[in-house]
Structures are given as C-alpha cells and as structure tokens.
Design a protein around this ligand. Structure first.
Ligand code: ATP
Ligand code: MG
Length: 648
C-alpha cells in the first residue's frame, strides 16, 4: 500500500452502535479486528466502510457528522453519523495511523462542503448503478483550495466575534471545539478583510498539516519495517542517531492496547510516553528468587499487563541490568504460560551500550543486558543507526566517535582542552554544568537561585492524582513545585515549537514575570526567541497501568544537571567538569549532549577518564561483523533476484 492509501485505511476495533428512535438501548456490534476505510460510493459520496474480512458495511457521510478526537493518543475516537443514527466507536488503532486517517477525513469532508450534491432517496432507489467503493484519493491541491474557499465563505457568513467559532462550522461538528481552535478560527475570521492573505495562510496551514508526519531517514524506516514485520528487534547507534525519535514513531505505529512503551529511567520513559520497565514488570528490584517474582507478577493489575502485552518497547537498554532482564524473560514465560522466549512478546529494544551502564550498588556485580543468558534467544534482528542527527559538524561527530570507543588521541585532547576558553554564555544565558554527582546538582541550583536578587515566584503542579506525587515525580521531567526569579537559568523540557527553536533542551533565562493572571515567566532563549511560558501537560502510564498526568511549566533550573539525568537529552550550551568521572561511558554521555563544539566548555580534562567497557567493545565488534555479513547477504540476494528477473 502507498502512503496515501495507508492514510485512508486503518486496522482497529470498531463498535457499530445503532441508536433507536424510541429511546431503547442501542444495538451494538463489536468487530475486534476491523478494517475501516474512507472512500466514495457510486454517487461519489464520502463513505466509511467497515469490514471484518467478510461482508463490508458502508456508512455514507451525509448531513451532520460529529467527530470526537480527545483520546486519539490512546488510539480511540468516535464518529456520530446524524441522519443514519449510527455511532462508530474506534479503539485500539495505532495512534499515528488514526491521526492521519481523521485528518484525511476532515479535509475531504470540508473540501466537499456545502457544494456536495445531495442525492435524493428517490434517485437512490431508482438508480441502476452497481454498488461500488473506491478508496479515497490523497489530498490534492484542489481539495486544499476548496477547503480554503469554504473557510473564507464560512468566516464571511459568521459574525467575526472574537473567541467564537463560526456558527456554520460549529454545527458541522467536524471540528473539535477546543479553545485553541476557536482562537484560530476567530483569527481566520479576521482574515476576511484580506482574502488573498487568508487564502495563502490557509493553504500553507493545510499543507503543513498534511505533511506533518514525523519524517524518518532511510535507515530509521528500515528499522520501523522490521518492527512492523513482528520481529524482535534490537537497534543501537551512537548518541544522537535518533533512536528515541524513532521509538516514538514505533509507539505511534502499533496498537495501543497491546503495546507497552518503557525505559530504564523515568525521564527516558516520559520521552516515549510510557512507564519505567520496573513499573511495568511489577517484580520490584527483581532480586527475589524467581518463584517470588512470579508471584509478584501474578498480582491483580500487574498480571493484566503481562497478559495483554504483545509488543514491549524498552529505551535506554544500556542501563537495564542483565540479571533483571533474565528474570523478566522467565516471569513472562511463567505468567503467560508460553514457552517461547519472553512468553511470545515482541521485543523492541534500543539503546547504546557505550553510554551509561546499569547502576551498581556497593560491590554488587552487574551485567549488561547483552550478557543476559536469554538475550540471544530473544533478539532476532540487530540493527544500527549510523547517521548522527544531534550534531552536524563533521569534526565534532568524529571526536565523539573516538571518545565513545574509549580512545582519546592527542588531537582529541587538544580540541577538548581548547574548549576550556570557549565563551558559551550569550545574552545572560550561562552554560549548564553537567555534574557526575546528584548532590552537586541540587546544591548548585538551590544556591544560585537563592543568590539572585528579586522576588521568588512559585508554581505548584496540578497532578491527576495528588496521592501519587512520588510516582509522578519519578517519571515527569518537571518538579511538583518550580521556583523562579528574574535571571534564573532554565531549560525547556518539552518541544513547544520546533520551527522556532523552542525544543526540549533549549536553554534560556527568565527575564520577567507577567503582572496578571498566574504571573507566568517570560523566558529569553539562546535561539533568540523571547516567550511567555505557559502550563503544559505530561501524560504517562503509572505503575498500575493507568494514565497519570501533571500540568506544570515546562521548565527546569539549569545551572546544573546530572550526567545521569542528561542521558537522552540534547543541550544548547554546556560546561563539563570531568575530574570526578567514575563510570565507563560517562564522559561520552556528557560530551555528546552538546550540539556543537562552540556550545561546549570542558574544564579540567584528563584523557585518562575516557573509558569504554571492554565487554561492550567486544560485543560491538561482534555486532559489526554480524551487520556486515547481513548486509553482504542482502546484496547477494538482491543481485540474484535481479539476475533471475533478467533471465525469466
Ligand atoms: N528523522 C529525524 N528527523 C528530524 N529530526 C530527527 C530525526 N531523527 C532524530 N532527530 C533529532 O535528532 C536529535 C537526536 O535524536 P534522539 O534524541 O532520538 O537520539 P538518540 O539516538 O536517542 O540519542 P541518545 O543516545 O543520546 O539518547 C533530536 O533532536 C531529534 O529530534
Ligand atoms: Mg535516546
């Protein structure tokens, strides 16, 4: 199937509810594994076709159609088809596919607008045309123009009252009535005065909307295809090659009911909208004997995860302990009563073993996951991302590559020593110090905030469950209480507007506070933008599988951050003191957070602290050979296929 056709057809669970006029309970039919397609019938009307693999049912989108999109993130949506008194409840759809499907539906429906010919019931009955269903064509320039015309027309008809959605569109019910959209619509209404500008704005907006899907590189797409083919995949790659970016795309491409996104740390889990691996597993630290762990995993709530999980995603695998992985594998088989590796769950694992290793306490011996006994039998395919996306300077990428392997040539040492004099501060934005020890971070941030003159402003988060503040703290990248003063150094913890540089990790300084309302902070960022920062919401799965959320400012104090917390982040301007580095990979993680050499200042650099674990190096050396072998095999098969094709 091509992209456009993919957008027009989704696999999901569909419940068809027929509402009875007499007020009786609706008649329901549940199709668990349905195909839902958008197309046109013999009268060129828009039609939704639901199929369970046998007889398809069609629903023409005539008259009023109401669309509910609040839970698209969970793969759910519903459509009320007014005249037919039918409701379609969509569930368990890969969220990205659902988003694209609904976007296509909205645009096609709006493009048809009022101009759509209505076929009378009589004409329908008398018509001799055979019943047909053609999958809808992709969005064309013509559709975009029609939508813009419709919008301009609707705005012209509606009284352009600020903050009020045009009546006509409100009635169609196809656009959710969120305040944000109402704002946009009122802005559109004011564009009526300059129809040409409004038209251009509208086409630009629509074209952005249609092309806003996350673009993957070729190598990222190959990994996604391997995942969608059902294989157990481990993909690796150096820092910044887009592993977590791809993982988010993978999460959005799988059915939500049976997909569990996890990571070794809370912050990494939040990046992929999931939970920690420990919270998913429900077996505590996993150090208890196997039968006790199995018992723990059989508890109500926990058992349900193990049984419903068909795709388990794990980010930052380098920090998962090997023995813990073996325990999980055995628990999975026991709880699911299946002898296949991991009880038949598809594993999608990613990380870079040359970054931070599992946390060890005291003299306890820790193993990497690839040293787990069950690793080899669980992983079918190893893949590597090679294109670095975080950094663009070739020389910096090559420097980082050397450090990653635990080497430090004279040239690398010279380049890093040279950064000690870098003036990374700009416009009052100081460098973030990456610290090896957590205590240093808290002390530094508290002390520097206290030292600032000016009034302190406090912001309390609104949590979905105030009893679970600790669980939310463990996963959310922002604290329950944030305190700021003018001059506070901050870092953005969410992508707000990628095109303007307001991305996760963007560095800034608080310049002032609004005098009205909540007294929100105005922050000047390194990218040159000064913006009032508003409350944002984070949603993630809590330990018992229910969704938790926090509403808070997407800011964190940024005089200092721990290297452990920085794993997975991209940072604008950093200062690193490497004298107390104690782990292999720690120096590499710290250095690879920077986007470029100019944004980096390394203090007290000693080449001896650059280390890579010898077992990890050995693992990667085997992996490289395996990948080379796979690639040559692939080339041979391709050549053979070409040869066969020529001779046939
Ligand atoms: N296909 C892509 N298109 C646009 N930007 C991308 C793409 N892939 C990755 N990026 C960007 O590259 C940067 C690094 O990506 P990401 O954090 O996913 O890397 P990573 O491999 O997980 O790094 P780390 O090992 O440090 O966790 C991010 O800013 C991300 O948005
Ligand atoms: Mg990552």
């Amino acid at each position: 199937m091509q992209g456009a056709e993919l957008d027009a057809r989704i696999r999901c669970s569909v419940t068809v509810e027929r509402l009875c006029p007499s007020g009786q309970a609706p008649k329901r039919r549940v199709i668990r594994d349905a195909s839902l397609a958008l197309g046109r019938n013999e009268f060129r009307e828009l039609v939704l076709q639901v199929s369970d693999g046998r007889a398809p049912q069609s629903f023409a989108l005539r008259g009023e159609v109401r669309l509910f999109t609040r839970f698209v993130r969970d793969g759910k949506s519903s459509l009320q088809l007014g005249p037919a008194r039918v409701q379609l409840l969509i569930a368990n759809c890969p969220p990205d596919s659902l988003r694209r499907f609904l976007r296509l539906l909205r645009i096609k429906r709006e493009a048809a607008g009022k101009g759509a010919k209505t076929v009378t019931e009589r004409a329908r009955l008398l018509c001799s045309l055979p019943r047909t269903f053609d999958t809808i064509s992709p969005v064309q320039a013509r559709d975009v123009q029609q939508v813009c015309d419709q919008r301009a027309h609707a705005s012209g008809e509606a009284t352009p009252v600020k903050g009020q959605a045009p009546r006509d569109r409100g009635n169609s019910g196809l656009w959710s009535k969120s305040r944000k959209r109402a704002r946009t619509e009122s802005a559109e209404a004011s564009d009526v005065r300059d129809p040409q500008a409004a038209d251009m704005k509208c086409s630009k907006k629509l074209s952005l909307l249609m092309h806003s899907r996350m673009r993957l590189s070729q190598e990222q797409s190959i990994v996604l295809s391997a995942v969608l083919s059902g294989k157990n995949v481990f993909f690796t790659g150096s820092a910044g090659t887009g592993k977590s970016y791809l993982l988010k795309k993978i999460v959005g491409s799988l059915p939500p009911k049976s997909t569990y996104a996890t990571a070794s740390t809370g912050v990494a889990a939040c990046h992929v909208g999931g939970t920690t691996l420990h919270a998913f597993a429900g077996i505590g630290s996993g150090k208890a004997p196997l039968d006790q762990c199995i018992e723990l995993a059989q508890r109500t709530g926990v058992r349900q995860h193990w049984l419903s999980c068909q795709h388990l995603i794990i980010d930052e695998i380098s920090m998962v302990e090997g023995k813990f992985f073996d325990k999980l594998e055995a628990v999975a088989r026991a709880v699911r009563k299946r002898d296949d590796p991991f009880g038949g769950i598809q594993l999608i694992i990613c990380g870079d073993f040359l970054q931070l290793p599992p946390v060890s306490k005291g003299n306890e011996e820790t193993k990497f996951c690839f040293q787990a006994e069950s690793w080899r039998k669980c992983i079918h395919v190893n893949m590597e991302l090679t294109e670095v996306r975080r950094q663009t300077e070739k020389s910096f990428i090559s420097l980082l590559r050397t450090i990653r392997l635990g080497r430090c040539t004279d040239e690398v040492t010279r380049q890093l020593l040279q950064t000690a004099t870098n003036r990374v501060e700009r416009d009052g934005i100081l460098a973030t110090r990456l610290c090896t020890h957590k205590d240093d971070v808290e002390l530094t941030n508290e002390r520097r905030l206290q030292q600032l003159p000016g009034e302190m402003h406090s912001y309390e988060a609104v949590d979905s469950d105030p009893m679970l503040v600790k669980a939310i703290d463990a996963q959310c990248p922002v604290s329950h209480c944030i305190q700021l003063k003018p001059g506070a150094q901050v870092i953005l913890t969410k992508n707000l507007d990628v095109s303007r540089g307001l991305v996760n990790g963007a560095r800034g300084v608080v310049v002032e506070f609004e005098t009205e309302g909540k007294g929100l902070p105005r922050v000047r960022f390194l990218c040159g933008v000064t913006e009032v920062i508003r409350l944002e919401r984070w949603v993630f799965k809590g330990p018992s599988g229910i969704y938790l959320s926090r509403q808070q400012l997407p800011l964190k104090l940024a005089w200092a951050i721990s290297i452990h917390k920085s794993q997975g982040m991209s940072l604008d301007c950093v200062e690193i003191s490497l004298s107390r580095v104690f782990e292999s990979g720690q120096a590499y993680v710290a250095l690879s957070r920077a986007r470029n050499l100019e944004g980096l200042r390394v203090l007290d650099f000693d080449p001896n602290i650059v280390r890579a674990n010898p077992y990890v190096l050995q693992f990667y050396s085997h992996l490289q050979k395996e990948l080379l072998f796979q690639a040559s095999l692939h080339r041979c098969t391709e050549a053979e296929e070409k040869e066969n094709w020529k001779s046939s």
